[in-house]
Design a protein around this ligand. Structure first.
Ligand code: ZN
Length: 458
């Protein structure tokens, strides 16, 4: 068999592939709204029967919420776990849709044909790229490319309450694969595929500085009484130096420089930093001196202030010395930075700056470490080259400024790295009215998975 035969089969079958996706898109599987509980079950059942049509032993396993679809196929070669989710976001405000959200249609768009429907991209369209690649492979060769475990979740859009308990309970069954393939991310741009290999972690803290036991008149006490806003401002201002670096002692422990090959890939992306900042009416990067904007959002840690409250903020003017001032502070973490050590160091630094007759309290708003995939695993480079064969530009290992919780759960509970490959675009309107998926993303996405599976099994 040759990969070319499978790719031709995908091209020949694309209309039927689209129709199958439409069947799934017609099911309004909105996970957060109890009114659609039966529809979530219907979507899970649809996937079970589609997997069964491929000869996969699959089941919709019950959870306290919506079912988890689990299937096992193939034997020999590497063992991959494929993850996608069949639930979708609510559709309101419905009046902003130009078409029934669950009545999918192929439409002409400014950049080519698009598939319009809730879930067209997130995540039904993306999920089906992988299933369709498997279908073509099976049709041409009569076999599976390798051993595959399918995991389709039905609660991703509503916080995945059943996921961790399910993974814990089925650890023996699900921790066998070598790597997880997750299709819920995007292309870097229309021409450039990407594998997301770095996800920043997050640490959330709230500082509450208390001074006098009540709000005071600034004419009567001003000058003599400690002002919590002044104390808090001084603390916040001290958290960055003149170079934009975070001053918390030990903050950069575990932060490493980008490997040369990744740096070269990022340089080749030709990222439009001016356009990125220009899009929000800014022009001057605010991160560390000497770092590119891509580094600032993907590979460097940050300290940001997300809210400050204190004193009188209503209309007019009030000469008050407040009793209390508070700030919400978040840190995006990278590499091996230890959230617990940073929290301790941050609190120590803040305490040392509070005058003797003021007090400070902290609220813990959670933490998660960064995730860095071991791209030294040859599977990553194989997949990158395979994607590069399908798309106009070479694929890159990229970072993501935010976090993707499932990746952390697969790592912590199942002990496996995830390869995040997806074909979404920034203008897909995921979670918004008029969601779409480029027809080209769907078609080339299917072809991409065939190439990736071929590469991984060589
Ligand atoms: Zn999604």
């Amino acid at each position: 068999m040759s990969l070319d035969t499978i790719l031709s089969r995908i091209d020949d079958d694309i209309d039927a592939s689209t129709e199958r996706l439409f069947e799934l898109l017609r099911i309004p599987s909105i996970s957060t709204d109890p009114a659609y509980k039966a529809d979530c079950q219907t979507a899970a059942d649809w996937l079970v029967s589609d997997l069964a049509a491929l000869g996969v032993e699959a089941e919709a396993r019950p959870t306290p919420g919506h079912p988890m679809v689990i299937g096992h196929a193939g034997e020999g070669g590497p063992h991959v776990l494929f993850y996608g989710h069949y639930d979708v976001q609510p559709v309101d405000p419905l009046e902003l849709w130009h078409r029934e959200p669950f009545d999918p249609e192929v439409q002409d768009g400014p950049a080519g044909k698009v598939i319009r429907a809730r879930g067209a991209c997130d995540d039904k369209g993306q999920l089906m790229t992988f299933l369709e690649a498997c279908r073509a492979w099976k049709a041409v060769t009569g076999e599976w490319p390798c051993r595959i475990t399918f995991v389709f979740e039905g609660e991703e859009e509503s916080g995945s309450p059943s996921l961790v308990p399910f993974l814990e309970a089925h650890k023996d069954e699900l921790s066998q694969p070598d790597i997880a393939l997750i299709c819920d991310t995007g292309l870097f741009d229309r021409q450039t595929p990407a594998i997301t290999t770095m996800l920043r972690g997050l640490l959330g803290e709230e500082i509450i500085v208390t001074g006098p036991d009540k709000d005071l008149h600034s004419g009567l006490y001003g000058g003599a009484a400690a002002n919590p806003i002044r104390v808090l401002s001084k603390i916040l201002a001290a958290l960055h130096d003149g170079q934009g670096r975070v001053t918390v002692p030990g903050f950069y422990d575990g932060v490493t420089e980008l490997p040369a090959n990744i740096q070269a890939q990022w340089d080749a992306l030709g990222f439009d930093a001016e356009g990125f900042l220009g899009g929000v009416d800014l022009s001057v990067p605010a991160g560390e001196t000497g770092r590119s904007v891509l580094e600032m959002i993907w590979s460097r840690p940050t300290c940001e202030f997300n809210g400050i409250v204190g004193g009188y903020a209503g209309d007019g003017f009030k000469t008050v010395l407040p009793s209390q001032a508070r700030a919400k502070v978040s840190f995006r973490l990278v590499g091996e930075q230890d959230p617990f050590a940073i929290r301790e160091s941050f609190r120590g630094m803040v305490k040392s700056m509070v005058p003797a007759d003021c007090t400070v309290e902290f609220l813990n708003h959670g933490n998660s470490p960064a995730t860095v995939m071991s791209t030294a695993d040859p599977a990553f480079e194989k997949a990158r080259l395979a994607l590069s064969d399908e798309w106009p530009n070479d694929a890159a290992f990229i970072g993501s400024g935010g976090s993707i919780p499932i990746v952390g759960y697969f790592k912590e509970i199942l002990g496996m790295d995830s390869m995040l490959i997806g074909f979404g675009l920034d203008d897909d309107l995921v979670h918004s009215p008029n969601e779409k998926y480029d027809f080209r993303s769907f078609h080339k996405g299917i072809r991409s998975w065939a190439r990736v599976l071929d590469a991984l099994t060589r």
